[in-house]
Design a protein around this ligand. Structure first.
Ligand code: NAD
Length: 354
């Protein structure tokens, strides 16, 4: 397989600088793309040394959301907000209300939700100023609530496809190594156990690991040992950048398919996995169940509609892998290319959309 060329970034449509001296709000909203619908993506709240670094991060994350929402078949573009955590004391509800006013000023071109550093409570304050917000307390009979079970369901569907394609096997024939038994990882273990898969897990919280032994007959190893364990599938469900220039050579599994964001340290590792004959299921496609559920909340879809759409993640993975084979590129690049074609509305690609 030839080495993948990386794609040049697509520039954002609009960048709104956030500044409200009264509440201490300082940050940026990036509307990356709106060709498929409102630019949707969460609001990150953390320390940044400068506005320039906050903006660079927001632009990168917003482009990622454009690709993710497009591949998930959602009628949404991509966006992101980044708020710099103020130094010293501040009025958090007032800050998030001010952020809500900024979201409102965009007239629905950007829709926000939780991300790193923000909570359901924060989004409640945002909702006092705008209706363009999701990730609120779930209403009876409506989509919404904890996205993790949906994420786990999507990972399972993708893994079924990947295991069949790479190993000609079903989940009951394989051993899966799950790294991280948090909200998604534990739910994924339950689903895999119910399908008859054998489990080897790594989780630093020993009481949680012990629960997996009892409930799923899982074997527990260290995170480092998991990479070299006799597993067919590696499911990263904890950290980013777990596949780097060093670990890529130690991995024994033939399939990588998990929930963690940004599993590849750099895109070179995507090529290296392909060269080693390892099927890498692109993370942002595999873990889209959560965003589908958040979108369903905003767009007013039923839980059933969410379920149908989450269950199409496996079909979408097949499309990406077919494209990778046809173009002789690694799956992470094929995923980006397909997402960009959907965003650009290229003829013929709509038929591929979920
Ligand atoms: P979480 O914080 O609930 O769980 C992470 C788990 O990983 C914890 O149990 C933690 O103890 C464990 N962990 C930490 N370091 C570890 C290590 N070195 N080895 C093994 N385990 C380790 O997070 P989550 O909501 O389950 O999300 C897991 C991953 O999936 C994250 O990367 C997240 O960004 C991504 N993701 C989550 C969702 C969702 O719906 N929650 C959606 C998309 C992507």
């Amino acid at each position: 397989m030839p080495l993948s060329q990386s794609l040049d970034p697509l520039p954002p449509r609009e960048i709104l600088r956030l500044e409200d001296a009264a509440s201490g709000l300082e940050g940026v909203i990036v509307v990356h793309s709106t060709s498929l619908g409102a630019a949707a993506g969460g609001c990150r709240f953390q320390s940044y040394p400068s506005m320039s670094e906050a903006t660079t991060d927001a632009v990168r994350l917003a482009e990622g959301m454009s690709y993710k929402n497009a591949l998930a078949g959602l009628p949404l573009g991509g966006g992101k907000a980044v708020i710099r955590a103020p130094q010293g004391a501040f009025d958090r509800p007032a800050l998030f209300r001010a952020f809500g006013r900024a979201v409102e000023s965009l007239g629905g071109r950007y829709v926000t939700a939780e991300d790193v550093g923000t909570s359901v409570e924060d989004m409640g304050h945002v909702a006092e100023a705008t209706r363009h917000v999701a990730g609120l307390t779930q209403q009876p009979g409506r989509a919404g609530g904890d996205p993790s079970p949906w994420t786990a369901r999507g990972v399972l569907g993708a893994m079924e496809v990947a295991v069949r394609r790479k190993l000609g096997a079903s989940l009951s024939d394989v051993t899966v190594g799950v790294q991280g038994l948090g909200h998604v990882g534990f739910a994924l273990c339950a689903l895999l156990h119910s399908r008859g898969a054998r489990l080897i897990v790594a989780e630093p919280r020993s009481e949680v690991a012990a629960r997996a032994v009892t409930a799923f007959d899982a074997q527990v190893v260290s995170s480092t040992a998991l990479l070299e364990a006799q597993i067919d599938v590696f499911a990263p469900c904890a950290l980013g950048a777990v596949i780097d220039a060093e670990t890529v050579h130690r991995l024994r599994a033939k399939v990588v398919c998990g929930a963690a964001n940004n599993q590849l340290a750099t895109s070179a590792q995507g090529d290296q996995l392909a060269e080693r004959g390892v099927l890498y299921a692109p993370d942002y496609l595999v873990n889209a169940g959560g965003i589908i559920n958040v979108a369903a909340e905003y767009l007013g879809w039923s839980e059933e509609e969410s379920r149908v759409r989450v269950d199409r993640i496996g079909t979408r993975l097949t499309q990406v892998l077919d494209l990778a084979d046809a173009d002789q590129v690694a799956p992470h690049l094929a995923a980006d290319r397909l997402a960009r074609s959907i965003i650009a509305g290229e003829p013929g690609v709509a038929a591929l959309a979920a």
